[in-house]
Design a protein. Sequence first.
Length: 331
Amino acid sequence: MTLSPPPAEWIGTSDLAQDYVLIHGMVMAPSFWRTYAPDVVRKARSAAYALPGHHPWKLVEPGQLITPEAVAAAYAKAIRRDFGGRPVTLIGHSTGGFVSLLLASRYPELVKSIVLIGAFACGRFEGQERLPAKLLRVPRAGPFLFRQFFKRWISTSEQFRWGSVECVFDKGCPWQNDRAVAAMEDVRLQLLQARPEDIAACIRFMSATTILAELSEIRVPVLNIVGAEDAIVPPAHQLRVSKLLPQVQTVLLRNCGHLPMVEHQTMTAGIISAFVDGMSALQAKARRPALSPSGKAASQLFRLMAQTLYRTEQTPAGRVQTAQDSISTKA
């Protein structure tokens, strides 16, 4: 069964050379990016798309079967609709990173580069399952249990916000400012408009899908931002994703959980900006008469990124901010 393409929530509408698509994580909403999209995205043409079954992208039939082919085709249709088929930079958080990799594997002509944040490539994290997925695997009673769990979790602002505390490393600070509270309340109100059976269908799709074997075929530059203390997606799995990707820059953030864009917003935005600046510089160099050998493109990009990051993220002492534990490059 096919899926209709997701509607776009526009984060930026400037007609610059870069185009971005942002995809949120499971049981989140496109509105999240209104608060936490980096400035480089806001200044360009950028659209946030929901995950399948998440408001405002309802399934044709409640709880219908979702296949990887249908998901990739639906996002491809949306990119052709909203960006005229131009290749975009995908920014995917968690499950959003998962579907970004899926899209790049199936429709490489539509993807210029990828930014992964707390992402994965195997829905069960090589054997590990979250509680909602476990509930859905319970015979007969599973869907009912999941529905009750989901409805209870999003029933009040406090219940939802504190039910999400596992996502962050610092259990207090990231959730205490007014900006974060308002963003999470927007997400909760969006989820109240989704059907639990549609969310369940998305979880089933994720849990049953792996694209580990396809990663070696993804040839676009990838930035992989990993929270060293991520309790949702094991950092070891995220680092394995980097190992399997041919062109990847990996940044490991210390004292950071599953939401780097919340916990270390300035650092995360700077890293993404440096990655984009590096790509732009490489593209400008490629337009000159003397072209570099194609095999050196990735290493050139990552050198440029490292130089830009060093310039923009220095502390007065001349050292990179302590949130950044390490940067590794593979080309």
